[in-house]
Design a protein around this ligand. Structure first.
Ligand code: GAL
Length: 374
């Protein structure tokens, strides 16, 4: 199965942790429809850890916790499908999940079939309690083969937190996305450090298998499992989202969509940013740091001979970030110019053939969509 653009959806972990239930998942899915997120492309509704009972049944199958999911997973999956969305679930390559529920180690073929029978379309596959003597790659490959053998199209989302140089081998296992870092928390410094940690690894991300920099914390507003009240401003959310889009990362919302502010809906459904994220050429950006690591500039080729340029201010103080054409090999003598439109403000800059810069508030960014002109 080819997933030709980075997957988009929602995952329960950031906000709900182990506080999940059929009611939570259904009402979130409803809100994704009513707020226009589904129409914008957010299609996978993924239940993370803590959905199962601690014991398998007599046939060795995993059992959904009946207090939380009284009608079982097939009924929930049918509901999500009836809304025109897709259903995702979570398991682990190790003996137990990170929260101590059954893992799929040595149960891969049974579990994959169970998930297929439930109508699962997406499996996030974690790495806790993985035996030290086993080889991670083989167990990701084993689950991938087990999923494919069911005959159902199931997106395989590997999550070994970037260990064992995962970016170098994960594509060969048939996975469609791979977590490249430890867990995100709702603070700007987390989005910044995750981004910086992937600067030299984005080259491994391409059509069909994407570098997953973890779920988004946009619009969490301090609520929930990895929420930090008062730590994030709307500028932080904006730059976090722009950073993910500029590298073509999977976009999995992690907030409580039911109480999502309109500003946050606008941010994550911004058509220009989604076009940058999901451009069909799936190019990774050229990242230059001539003004230092706190002021990186991203240049990304897009289809239709277009491109995107993003200026970031990662610093805690106001500062100037810039685009220096010669840094990416574009000389003043080229005989053509760049016409830019900033995607948040609509500000236009026409005829660029030289250096330009922008004054940015702490953590802020500007993202331009551009075309060539003469
Ligand atoms: C972590 C994983 C998180 C979440 C959590 C559940 O290993 O990185 O995204 O899935 O486990 O216990």
């Amino acid at each position: 199965m080819v997933i030709s653009t980075p997957p988009m959806g929602w995952n329960s972990w950031n906000t709900f942790g182990d506080n999940i239930s059929e009611d939570v998942i259904k009402t979130i899915a409803d809100a994704m429809v009513s707020k226009g997120l589904k129409d914008a492309g957010y299609e996978y509704v993924v239940i993370d850890d803590c959905w199962a009972l601690k014991e398998r049944d007599k046939d060795g199958k995993m059992v959904p916790n009946p207090d939380r999911f009284p009608n079982g997973m097939k009924a929930l999956s049918d509901y999500i499908h009836s809304l025109g969305m897709k259903f995702g679930i979570y398991s682990c390559a190790g003996l137990l999940t990170c929260a101590g529920f059954p893992g799929s180690f040595d149960h891969e073929f049974t579990d994959a079939q169970t998930f297929a029978d439930w109508g699962v379309d997406f499996l996030k596959y974690d790495f806790c309690f993985f035996p030290k003597t086993a080889v991670g790659r083989n167990y990701y490959n084993r689950m991938s083969m087990a999923l494919k053998a069911t005959g159902r199209d199931i997106v395989f989302s590997a999550c070994n937190w970037g260990l064992d140089e995962v970016e170098k081998w994960i594509r060969s296992t048939g996975a469609h996305l791979y977590r490249s870092t430890g867990d995100i928390g709702e603070r700007f410094s987390a989005a910044r450090s995750i981004s910086m940690s992937q600067w030299d690894k984005e080259k491994y991300s391409a059509t069909g298998c994407y570098n997953d920099m973890d779920m988004l914390f946009c619009g969490m507003d301090g609520i929930g499992n990895v929420g930090h009240p008062g730590l994030c401003t709307d500028i932080d959310y904006k730059t976090h989202f722009a950073l993910w889009c500029m590298v073509g990362a999977p976009l999995m919302l992690g907030n409580d969509v039911r109480r999502m502010r309109p500003e946050m809906v606008d941010l994550v459904t911004n058509k220009d940013l989604l076009r940058i994220d999901r451009d069909e050429e799936c190019r990774v950006p050229i990242i230059t740091k001539t003004k230092g690591e706190m002021h990186p500039t991203y240049f990304k080729h897009l289809s239709n001979n277009e491109f995107a340029i993003a200026l970031f201010n990662f610093a805690e103080d106001e500062g100037r970030s810039d685009f220096r054409p010669w840094d990416i090999g574009f000389p003043k003598t080229a005989g053509f110019k760049l016409d830019l439109r900033e995607v948040f403000t609509g500000e236009e800059i026409k005829g660029v053939d030289d250096y330009f810069s922008a004054e940015l508030a702490p953590h802020d960014c500007k993202v331009y969509l551009g075309k060539y002109s003469v």
